[in-house]
Design a protein around this ligand. Structure first.
Ligand code: UGA
Length: 423
């Protein structure tokens, strides 16, 4: 099928490269000249395992092309995916103005009968409004919702093996064409109405945020009653209704999606006259988890953060990504700096400069003469680090493992003091 994708961000690029690998012809529209230049040179503007190879093979066999002009990108397209940013506005709600202006721009030039599929996460009811914008532009096209569920760091695998495909539309013919598009993927397809489809996306992210927050709250309580959260969650997880997945306590969830989507859902609920107290609590407890980790570090230093050198392993919001948006690591680092500490950080993938934080090129340099080591991101490299060298390099004797990735007994066995989350 002839498909256009508007927006070469993380969602748009994975969607474009993934669809090209399924045998479709994809024209990708992107306004940023710098980004297009990188893509034309075969480079991916961010770290995402497997994406560079997938893009390269699409470019090599001619099924994937890049365009600076959206109108050129949509030429001949039966389906146009919108993968544009929806930044969080001051009231927590997502701002859809970028999408609206692009829809107004492309509307008059769409092929008759085209589908405009929303990949961006938009407030419930947005797709219906986009349809009005499209109708006003004189287009004969249908807006539908097709939310994405990709995780950064495993987006390519998630595209190829999705848990489900959700399509929100009242138009049976459009639904059938979307099912054809994904026919090579072995996944259940849910066809529903527009609003329900938009809600699936928010509901899934809010539930995941709540689940992590529940694990964090249990971890904090385990600390207070002297229980081991790892065993507690394992004991709970054997119950098949609960399970083990996505249940790891840590410094709180971060990233570009969970924090934004939980706030947006609270705003959606408020607009609809529903007080989503549960989700408000999740957001508050998650914020507090960063403070909790800082307190842990402070306790390990006998309250002397002022002038202390903190080695921080990890700046990305989770492993397998270079993304630092809403990263708990950075929130914690900044709180430490505010309290007079010097933070020296190492992350295997983060290249962006983080103001106020000294970034070094390897894990051992970060630790050298530091008073405490804090593990903020669960990179595999940290899990397998040589603990003896760390002990020798540290000035102090404390390790705060905010991701619970080290063997606490092994750390203590070397004469270091260890604090995890809930252990
Ligand atoms: C999330 C969802 O998982 C995707 O399904 C969704 O498509 C995506 O948002 C989106 O809306 O685009 P992502 O933000 O890439 O994906 O990251 P997650 O893997 O969900 O992790 C989110 C945060 O939760 C990270 O800070 C991570 O460290 C934390 N986390 C995750 C935990 O603290 N414990 C866990 O057990 C799992």
């Amino acid at each position: 099928m002839q498909v256009a994708v508007i927006g070469a961000g993380y969602v748009g690029l994975v969607q474009a490269a993934g669809l090209a690998s399924l045998g479709h012809t994809i024209r990708l529209g992107e306004r940023s000249a710098a980004r297009l230049e990188m893509l034309d040179a075969g480079e991916v503007p961010f770290f995402e395992p497997g994406l560079e190879r997938l893009l390269a093979s699409g470019m090599a066999n001619g099924s994937l092309s890049f365009h600076s002009d959206n109108l050129e990108a949509i030429r001949g397209a039966e389906i146009v995916f919108i993968a544009l940013p929806t930044p969080q506005g001051p009231d927590g709600a997502a701002d859809t103005s970028i999408i609206e202006s692009v829809i107004a721009e492309i509307g008059p030039h769409l092929e008759p009968g085209a589908i405009v599929a929303m990949k961006s996460t938009v407030p419930v009811g947005s797709a219906a409004r986009f349809q009005e914008v499209l109708d006003e532009s004189g287009a004969d096209a249908t807006v539908l919702s097709n939310p994405e569920f990709l995780r950064e760091g495993s987006a390519v695998a998630d595209f190829m093996r999705p848990d489900r495909v959700v399509i929100g539309t009242h138009d049976n013919d459009a639904a059938r064409r979307m099912i054809d598009l994904y026919t090579k993927l072995d996944a259940p397809v849910l066809v529903t109405d527009l609003v329900s489809s938009e809600m699936v996306k928010y509901g899934a992210n809010a539930y995941l945020a709540a689940r992590i927050t529940f694990a964090n709250a249990m971890a904090n309580l385990c600390e207070a009653v002297d229980a081991d959260v790892k065993d507690v969650l394992q004991g709970m997880g054997y119950d098949r209704r609960i399970g083990f997945h996505f249940f790891n306590p840590g410094p709180g969830y971060g990233g570009s999606c969970l924090p934004k989507d939980t706030s947006a859902l609270v705003a959606i609920a408020e607009d609809a006259g529903y007080d989503f107290a549960l989700l408000k609590g999740v957001i508050e407890v998650n914020e507090d988890q960063r403070r909790h980790v800082v307190e842990k570090i402070s306790v390990m230093l006998d309250g002397r953060l002022e002038g202390a050198t903190v080695a921080m392993w990890g700046l990305a919001f989770k492993a397998e990504t270079d993304d630092i948006r809403e990263s708990p690591a950075i929130a914690i680092a900044h709180r430490l700096v505010d309290r007079g500490a010097i933070v020296r950080a190492y992350d295997p993938q983060v290249n962006a400069d983080v103001p106020g934080i000294d970034q070094v090129a390897d894990a051992l340099t970060a630790v050298k003469d530091a008073d405490v080591l804090v593990i903020a991101t669960e990179w595999n490299e940290f899990t397998t680090a040589d603990l003896g060298s760390i002990r020798d390099a540290l000035r102090g004797d404390a390790v705060v493992d905010a991701r619970n990735i080290l063997d606490a007994d092994a750390v203590r066995g070397l004469g270091l003091r260890y604090a995890g989350i809930g252990r």
